[in-house]
Design a protein around this ligand. Structure first.
Ligand code: HEM
Length: 141
């Protein structure tokens, strides 16, 4: 990600922050519509889950300007997700629902540059998380 892209992600996320509860509802509705098979992995009551998701996204988005600060958070998050049953192939589905949500939430603010910046940010985060827990599958030891 370029420094400009980091700025775009942070500025656009700040615009969604005031409607974060609505954004989280939109996100999970979209996720469960596009990937109904993952619904049973989540609790019936999604209230707390929505809050945790938006809080963690805020930490990650703020941390993009100091990547080392979020590696530990992202690594621990990846490890917990193995226990939740998340598989590598789920990450692109979650990413698509996230980008869709941002597009709806930002309206005219969802420009091609903003879209490219979020695609890069999610690709980096999910790529790192996947490599942390599923990386080097062919390692000899
Ligand atoms: C970068 C992508 C993702 C982010 C930022 C993220 C964020 C979170 C957060 C903050 C939580 C709250 C619990 C915790 O902190 O451990 C959570 C829980 C969860 N996530 Fe994710 N997640 C991501 C990807 C995924 C994927 C790909 C799946 C696969 C379907 C998934 C499924 C779940 C499930 C099942 C829970 C636990 C629900 C529960 O039992 O309480 N997540 N996620």
């Amino acid at each position: 990600m370029t420094p400009d892209q980091v700025n775009l992600v942070q500025q656009s996320f700040a615009k969604v922050a005031p409607i974060s509860e609505i954004a989280a509802v939109l996100f999970y509705d979209r996720l469960f519509e596009t990937a109904p098979q993952v619904r049973s992995m989540f609790p019936a009551d999604m209230t707390e889950q929505r809050r945790k998701l938006m809080a963690t996204l805020a930490v990650v988005v703020n941390g993009l300007s100091n990547l080392e600060s979020i590696l530990r958070v992202a690594s621990a998050l990846a490890t917990r997700h193995v226990a939740y049953g998340a598989k590598p192939e789920h990450y692109p589905v979650v990413g698509a629902a996230l980008l869709w949500t941002l597009e709806k939430g930002l309206g005219d603010g969802w420009t091609p540059d903003v879209a490219a910046a979020w695609t890069a940010a999610y690709g980096m985060l999910s790529g790192f998380m996947i490599s942390q827990v599923y990386g080097r599958p062919q390692a000899a030891e």
